[in-house]
Design a protein around this ligand. Structure first.
Ligand SMILES: *[C@@H]1O[C@H](CO)[C@@H](O)[C@H](O)[C@H]1NC(C)=O
Ligand SMILES: *[C@@H]1O[C@H](CO)[C@@H](O)[C@H](O)[C@H]1NC(C)=O
Ligand SMILES: *[C@@H]1O[C@H](CO)[C@@H](O)[C@H](O)[C@H]1NC(C)=O
Ligand SMILES: [Ca+2]
Length: 456
């Protein structure tokens, strides 16, 4: 029963806690993040003295994650950890200082952009793969999960067992493009829709990769000292055969379908196990939580809350509210914002492109035809730039109405006002995002065909 998954959340994370153990020596930690499988990468809460990029970084943008705060592996190294990253980076790469081995990782194996082809490892007209700093091209007949499994086996088997081990594993799976070996696709021959059949195969390939990591840790005698975290960065993308039903919306919406995900933690260090944790947890809490599990002391002036004690023992969450997003840029007039306080969630502005409830494609029409979507061109609730008629406020009680069917913003005006004020307080702390136009200097043709640092 190691891998069992239910619906958890960005803002009210439901976690399965499995198999504990005593915390004698420093834990090994494996932090796995599935891409577009659930939980929010929407969050753009800007309240620092450095400038954050806006939204998902494009390959040509000369910007990366700011330098004013250390990354988790930088703290872990001070605690004696060996730190490895395998998979997707997507935190900027226009100069070496932005890249993984300059930001706390002893090794990196993967790609810099947000997505790429699973075999030929190209995206937006460039090749994208690295072994540490070195551009490489792994066997293009090999599906990427196999390539990553080989690397995981290598770093685990070569690990100096006298030191604690940290593996950050942001999976390429199950982001589009929809590609998978036919053997995995054939496991779902009952699914008529081709895209959904392949997507299902991709999930199983990812599952096997988790099994590979587990097996390698066992073979190397590290498994019993390891804490696992598995989560996802945002909801499934309906357009690319992901599914969040019965939750509303999906990736690129602020509804729960875009912001809840699957997650579990398992292994060493947990005291209470075998249950579902319903406390509120935000994606930014992982950093101080993992640091605390590793024996470190998180800084106080960060947005993330150290939830290690709560997760370890099953105590109530230390978080009572969270921001989903505060975005003034997209769309420019309505913005795009949401906050949760207790059971209530207030959305202000544009909720996102896919605001409906989409059943898995085995049951309905192919979503690529878009027949099942609200036509946002005609629906005055989803105005385009220039149309400010719609107040753009929705209020839900997520405890009673987790699928966001019943807007309470008019019937519970006092609660809506209260949440709106809280959101305005966060808003005051915001600084403008840095979202530069693409730079021609980024062109991979200048770098032997690879997306490469050296142009900012
Ligand atoms: C990579 O693979 C995709 C999907 O098969 C294909 O469309 C694309 O043209 C390939 N690119 C290169 C550079 O081979
Ligand atoms: C690990 O990966 C290999 C292929 O690289 C595969 O044959 C094997 O079944 C996988 N699973 C486990 C649990 O090792
Ligand atoms: C949405 O409505 C507009 C205006 O009536 C129409 O031009 C467009 O084709 C519709 N889009 C879809 C996807 O049905
Ligand atoms: Ca994602």
């Amino acid at each position: 029963m190691e891998i069992f998954i239910i619906l958890p959340v960005l803002c009210a994370l439901t976690l399965l806690l499995l198999i504990g153990g005593r915390n004698a020596k420093q834990l090994n930690i494996v932090f796995m993040v599935a891409d577009d499988y659930g939980q929010a990468c929407l969050c753009i809460v800007i309240r620092s003295d450095d400038i954050y990029p806006h939204g998902a970084l494009l390959p040509q943008q000369a910007v990366c994650s700011p330098f004013n705060k250390p990354f988790l592996p930088q703290y872990l190294k001070k605690l004696g950890y060996e730190t490895h990253a395998i998979g997707k980076w997507h935190l900027g790469f226009c100069k070496w200082e932005c890249t993984p081995t300059y930001r706390g990782f002893d090794s990196f194996y993967g790609f810099y952009q947000g997505a790429e082809q699973y075999y030929n490892r190209t995206v937006a007209g460039g090749k994208d793969f690295r072994d540490d700093k070195q551009p490489i091209m792994p066997d293009t007949t090999k599906y990427s999960t196999y390539v990553y499994a080989d690397r995981a086996r290598k770093v685990i088997s070569q690990h100096d067992k006298s030191k604690p081990f940290y593996l950050y594993f942001p999976f390429q799976s199950v982001h589009e493009p929809i590609e998978v070996p036919v053997s995995y696709e054939n496991m779902y021959s009952n699914i008529k829709n081709e895209g959904r059949r392949k997507y299902s195969g991709m999930v199983t390939a990812m599952d096997d990769l988790v099994g590979n990591v587990t097996a390698a840790l066992k073979e190397n005698g590290m498994y019993d000292d390891t804490l696992f975290v598995f989560t996802a960065d945002n909801g499934g993308w309906p357009l690319y055969h992901g599914n969040n039903y019965p939750l509303r919306g999906g990736k690129v919406t602020i509804y729960e379908g875009g912001t809840r995900a699957t997650a579990f933690i398992s292994g060493k260090g947990l005291e209470k196990t075998g249950y579902t944790y319903n406390g509120m947890m935000h994606a930014v809490d992982w950093m101080p939580t993992i640091l605390s599990a590793a024996g470190g002391t998180p800084e106080k002036d960060i947005d993330g809350i150290d939830q290690w004690e709560s997760l370890r023992t099953g105590a109530p969450s230390k978080r009572t509210e969270c921001i989903y997003n505060l975005d003034d840029m997209n769309p420019p007039l309505q913005g795009h914002a949401a906050i949760r306080v207790g059971d209530y969630k207030l959305i202000e502005g544009y909720p996102g492109l896919y605001p409906g409830w989409y059943k898995p494609e085995t049951e309905t029409i192919n979503l690529q035809t878009k027949q099942n979507y609200i036509n946002t061109t005609n629906d005055e609730r989803y105005p385009k730039q220039g149309n400010v008629k719609w107040l753009g406020r929705e209020l839900y009680n997520l405890k009673d109405d987790p699928y966001e069917h019943h807007d309470l913003s008019l019937s519970h005006l006092d609660i809506a006002e209260e949440l709106s004020k809280k959101m305005a307080e966060y808003h005051k702390q915001m600084i403008p995002a840095n979202s530069p136009k693409g730079s021609v200097a980024s062109n991979p043709q200048n770098f032997d065909g690879y997306w490469s640092p050296g142009w900012c």
